[in-house]
Design a protein around this ligand. Sequence first.
Ligand code: NPQ
Ligand code: MG
Length: 368
Amino acid sequence: MRIEHIELRQITMRLVAPFETSFGVELDEEHIIVRVDGEGLTGWGECVASRDPFYSYETNQTAWHILRDYLIPAILSQDLASVDDASTKWARVRGHEMAKAGIESALWDWFAKARGVSLAQLLGGTRDRIAVGVSVGIQASPAALVARVENYLREGYARVKLKIAPGRDLPFVAAVRRAFPNLLLQVDANSAYTLADLATLRALDDFDLLLIEQPLSHDDIFDHHKLQRELKTPICLDESILSLADARAAIELNSCRIINIKPGRVGGFTESKRIHDFCAAHGVPVWHGGMLESGIGRAGNVALASLPNFTLPGDISASKRYYVEDLVEPEFTVDARGTMAVPTQPGIGVTVIAERLERATTRREEFK
Ligand code: NPQ
Ligand code: MG
């Protein structure tokens, strides 16, 4: 099978509300949508790099460069029997996991459609609904945060994650815990602390949190090992895990007890599955992270999160939590029990709304 045509589009999507993390405030999200065509079938993927190199070193500009100059030429008009066939052809490109995941996800959709199966089926999913949570940005005050959380709970979310940063942590978490004693609650620091903040991090141990996500440096595994020894709450790594090798090191060093899987961060669904399987074999639960994907990327996330070791609710929220208008139909919704349906149609199982994609597009390039 051959891909005869590929299209890249950079899109800008306005968020329903600003999203503040330890990196700063985000008003709209810019991603790259990858479309592959061949054999009369279309595959869609999303690259989750951002405008700025804050969460990861990748940006839309670096991803566009790597896609245009390396990944697309490696596979265009080549004979491909599987996704692995394609990724083997770009294996010598180091890093740039988000660029790789962008095109790899489009190929997974394309192969799933060619086989007439849903992406969830092709990936080995075992659930028809997944448990989902919501990631709540830093708010102006603890009271504002409690109000925000209350709104999300009314929408059905099964778990809440609070973004924290130095100086905007303990009183915020304490207020939410006091207001909702039984809530499944976790926090994400996005690498904003060091071991010098041990007293604060120890204090987080008193809030009965499911996990503390990425407290220390984005590229650290060793200090997280030292920190995990001091805490009863499980550490969950996000930014530090770019591959199966990183996951293995973190688990063997007891640097974390839970892993957040984002296909964009680890180079795609294939590496995500490897990490999922390794964690399952070692009794380490995983959950699916989020990168404010449009419905295109979100559909892939939902499919991956239907695998059996995704036992904790994911950062996979309803379309309307992030965007006024999603790029796909049907949009993603959350029910009163905090679950989301896994699409069953072939491939990603949702339809891209062409005019919305066109309106969101700020840059476009075709390859034949
Ligand atoms: C996380 N996601 O788990 C990421 C963080 C993230 C849903 O919490 C621009 C700037 C886009 C910062 C997307 C959630 C971002 C961003 C995701 C941070 O760490
Ligand atoms: Mg995170």
